[in-house]
Design a protein around this ligand. Structure first.
Ligand SMILES: N[C@@H](CCC(=O)N[C@@H](CS)C(=O)NCC(=O)O)C(=O)O
Length: 206
């Protein structure tokens, strides 16, 4: 059985959604990012981490999502098997993992993006991320103008990851709802019962 180590509303929501889509037995263990206890499992202290049975602890969103695609081929959550399809999946995951996700870094931990320690400098570091995020959101908004999902007509693990990161935009002034194609994608994903279930698990108080 697969064990997922996650923190609520973090990027690990992506694997959580995919495991739910797969409908396979899994265990989701909530951890404290960076805690000594969690570092015994995942030395970097970051989520997500995943273990398949008694195998080694695996990390990195891109690698974990591709692992799930390959382990459960019947679910068809990856490439269509062509070289072009492989490119599309790799490209989509790279866009989220390498561009969109890191753009939110200074929203969550602005103090790591400045050498200053006063409140104004930390607020400025956070605000500096807004333009960077907007560039990435604009790119995705264009991409989704002609594509229902990240890979076109086909749902994939990349959609779970994009959805997860788009939710973070509610923490900044310009949210996903202000980009028409992203809104359409987001609303479509929110209709999904598995996603509703996982969002609830991550936000039990709402
Ligand atoms: N490159 C990593 C990044 C993971 C990541 O940034 N996770 C965040 C939560 S969304 C985290 O745990 N940050 C704490 C840290 O990196 O120390 C991946 O794709 O898995």
């Amino acid at each position: 059985m697969i064990t997922l180590y996650y923190s609520p509303n973090s990027c690990a929501m992506s694997e959580h959604i995919v495991l739910e889509w797969l409908g396979v037995p899994y265990e989701a263990v909530q951890v404290q990012i960076g805690s000594d206890e969690y570092r015994k499992i995942a030395p970097k202290g970051a989520v997500p981490a995943m273990r398949d049975g008694n195998g080694e602890v695996m990390t990195q969103n891109d690698a974990l999502l591709k692992y799930l695609v390959k382990k459960y081929p019947d679910a068809d959550l990856g490439s269509d098997g062509t070289i072009e399809g492989d490119y599309k999946l790799n490209n989509a995951l790279a866009v989220v993992n390498g561009d969109l996700h890191p753009a939110f870094g200074s929203v969550f931990v602005p103090h790591l993006y400045t050498t200053e320690t006063d409140d104004a400098s930390i607020a400025a570091a956070k605000e500096a991320s807004y333009a960077r995020i907007e560039r990435q959101m604009n790119y995705l908004n264009e991409h989704l103008a002609d594509n229902k999902y990240m890979l076109g007509d086909k749902r994939s693990v990349a959609d779970a990851y994009v959805f997860t990161v788009l939710r973070w935009s509610f923490m900044i002034p310009k949210t996903v709802m202000e980009y028409p194609n992203l809104k359409k994608f987001f609303d479509l994903m929110m209709e999904d019962e598995s996603i509703q279930k996982i969002v609830k698990i991550h936000n039990p108080e709402k």
